[in-house]
Design a protein around this ligand. Structure first.
Ligand code: GLN
Length: 283
């Protein structure tokens, strides 16, 4: 069948659950994954045919997409900060908001010549430390996660991207001292409250690890408090702490950091205009 023709069938098939633009973006992701072709290639070569056997592969993916499984889990990969990352249901799918956090750190330190020690807490797929190491190659980068399965993926991702990151299996909620000093600590911890569950789309709720997403309503800042306390102990003088935050808890998170004695606290918005990042220093 002509791929062009298959494309309209594919989009139509998905129309009940995805809008056309989203369905089209899935189509192009699969096109690249299966056939190493980009949108422009199809435009240049409109007579591209797909074989019977390829069609079966496409149809299998279509069936999975209809269950609302995220395309990143179906293909087993995603892109983050210009790099490729393997993902499965053990790790959160890296988000564009987190790319902004990485970019903030890269731009803050790229002209620094001294050797930085950076720690990412709750690393999941390893998207944060790996893209930091790639862009700040002089840094020594460490990453902690509580999940052995997540760390396995993160290690594969470091290899895939040709960088060295020191991965540590640890439950930070049960840690009172990291017993090493870091110049930068970063984290995108679980921050979705149960009361916000309604806002979460089924493709996220049913497929992404709840351990990575949710925190109890009665202590929404649990991870922020714990990480900030550790940072007070384990940041070098003038060391920096960076967080991705719950957009509804910007003020509360700033207050928590103020109370713990952090300085130069900056609350920053993401490209959607939501409070999303905090940077601060300890001295
Ligand atoms: N650090 C990973 C990310 O930003 C995982 C975060 C998480 O699991 N809460 O995607």
């Amino acid at each position: 069948m002509l791929l062009k023709k298959y494309k309209s069938n594919f989009i139509k098939e998905l129309s009940s659950i995805n809008d056309e633009m989203e369905a089209e973006s899935f189509f192009y992701l699969i096109l690249e994954h299966f056939h190493q072709l980009k949108r422009i290639d199809l435009a240049i070569n409109p007579d591209f045919e797909i074989s019977e056997s390829d069609m079966v592969r496409w149809e299998n993916i279509l069936a999975e997409l209809k269950t609302q499984k995220p395309i990143q889990y179906i293909l087993g990969e995603t892109e983050f900060y210009g790099l490729k990352f393997m993902v499965d249901g053990n790790v959160l799918i890296p988000r564009p908001e987190t790319e902004e956090l990485v970019d903030l750190i890269v731009s803050s330190f790229k002209s620094q010549t001294s050797k930085l020690r950076i720690l990412d807490i709750g690393t999941g797929s390893g998207c944060i430390p790996i893209s930091l190491k790639k862009n700040l190659p002089n840094a020594e980068v460490f990453a902690i996660d509580v999940s052995e399965n997540a760390l396995e993926i993160a290690k594969k991702n470091a290899k895939l991207n040709g960088v060295e990151v020191n991965f540590i299996l640890k439950n930070i909620l049960e840690t009172n001292d990291l017993e090493q000093q870091f110049d930068v600590i970063v984290s995108n911890p679980p921050y979705v409250r149960m009361l916000e569950k309604e806002e979460i789309k089924p493709n996220v709720l049913e497929f992404e690890p709840h351990l990575a997403l949710f925190v109890e309503d009665n202590d929404a800042l649990l991870f922020y408090r714990k990480i900030a306390q550790l940072a007070k102990k384990n940041l070098t003088e003038n060391g920096s702490l960076f967080f991705e935050i719950n957009q509804y808890l910007g003020k509360e998170t700033v207050e928590l950091l103020e109370n713990l004695g952090f300085k130069n606290i900056l609350l920053l918005k993401d490209i959607y205009g939501n409070d999303r990042m905090i940077s601060c220093v300890i001295n």
